[in-house]
Structures are given as C-alpha cells and as structure tokens.
Design a protein around this ligand. Sequence first.
Ligand code: OAD
Length: 245
Amino acid sequence: MVPKLLIDALVEAKRVAALTGAGISAESGIPTFRGQGGLWEGYSVEKVATPEGFEKDPAMVWRFYDERRVNISKAKPNRAHEVLALMENFYDMWVITQNIDGLHSRAGSNNVIELHGNIWRVKCTECGISYYNYEVPLREIPPRCKRCSGLLRPDVVWFGEPVYDMDKAYSIAESCDVMFVIGTSAQVYPAAYIPRVAWSHGAKVVEINPEETPVSSYADFIFREPATKAMDEIYKELLKVFQEE
Ligand code: OAD
C-alpha cells in the first residue's frame, strides 16, 4: 500500500532525488557489502579497499575488482533502477549513488552522481588520466595506462579517500522536495549525511529497505520491502494520478 500522503508529496514535488546503495542492485544479482553473504564477509576491507592495500599488492586488489567486473558485466538494471530513470519524465530527477556498478546509467538515468566512482573507469597512478575500460576479464593484471604505461587503479573511492561530487550531492539534498533512500545501510559517511540534510531542509524522506537503518528513525515513509517491489508500486500509483490529470 502506497500512503496517500506520499503520493500527494510526489504530485507536488518538482525536484526529486534518490540516494542508493548496494541493496538496489541486489536483485540484479550483485552482492551487497554487509550482512550475511556480503562482499566484505570473505575479504579484508583493508586489503582490497584502501590505498595502502593497493600499494602493497596491486595485483591482488585488481583480481578482486576483475572478479567484480565480470559479475557486474552479467547483471542488468532491475525495475527499481528503471523506475528512477522513468521519473526523469516527471521531475528534475537526481540519483546520488554509492554504487560503482554503473547500473543507473545503463537503466537510462542521466543525472547520476557516483559518489564512490565507477568500476568501469580506470585511473593512472602516474599521469592521473582517467578513462573507461570495459574489458572483461582484464587481459593484463595489473593493467597499465594506455598513455604512459603507468600502473592503473580502479577509479573507485577507497576508505580514507574523499568521495566524488559531495558538494553537488549536498546541494541536491538541500533543494529536493522528496528523497528516496534505497538499499543502503547508511553506515558509510559522508554519504549517510545526505538524507539527513534533505530531511532537515524540509524534504520528505522515503526509506526503501527490508531492514531498519539509522534513516528509519526520521524517515517520513518506510517501505520494508525489496526495492523492485516498492518502486514498482509507487510508480504505478504515480502514473494513475498523472494520467488522470
Ligand atoms: P550495505 O551492504 O552496507 O547495505 C545494503 C543495504 O541494502 C542493507 O541495509 C540491506 O538491508 C539493503 N537491501 C538488501 N537487499 C535489498 C533489496 N532487495 N532492496 C532494498 N534494500 C535491500 O551497502 P551500502 O549501504 O551501499 O563503499 O554500503 C555503502 C558503502 O559501504 C559502499 O558504497 C562501499 C561499502 O564499503 C566503499 O567501498 C567506499
């Protein structure tokens, strides 16, 4: 059941945003990080997701990312990604994601802020160039820069590194009318501040997550459901209203 008050807020809204995390891609077959079967369960975060871990053993880190690239290459955007893309027809719509899988863009979203980078982009540790590389699996591990032959790293944000485009994300949070918070445990900062900022600037916050998170304590609406089900329900209700108008 989609609350009428949420539909009312969505009918009034001009700018809508979503903060997404690994949970939105779970139904596309990409594992989340925390909890049972999570990606961090079998790996040491310090080894594969820090600049120090990469410095020590770039080949090992690249094998980890190469495996993830192979998995992600087989995944398709799901209904939740699709609905966020379709919402661009109605709103000044923004997706702020912690995911590096690129599925929002593949679903058709144009305004995507990738706070933690993108697994399909590589960055040279020598000359600093960053470019897309879709080779799966990688022929050479660790891969080398096509310009200067320097060591490449995944263009993703590791622990201890600044996230991308945080100023833009804050400005969207401060100015949106509704913010969806989908499939994130809201434990990693600064991303976890974003819905709080939106809420404190008057946006209605909608949490979509089968589990309780710190966002649950202030969210205006909560769907304890998988992302595809909740987003599909919300979109259908929204279409009914917009098509009647
Ligand atoms: P987490 O793995 O911490 O959390 C995933 C969330 O998705 C959990 O709250 C689940 O309950 C929820 N979830 C699972 N299946 C779902 C479904 N079908 N629909 C909706 N929700 C579902 O992932 P993130 O919050 O994205 O950072 O993690 C944030 C950051 O921590 C990641 O970007 C990564 C990680 O360490 C870096 O690598 C820098």
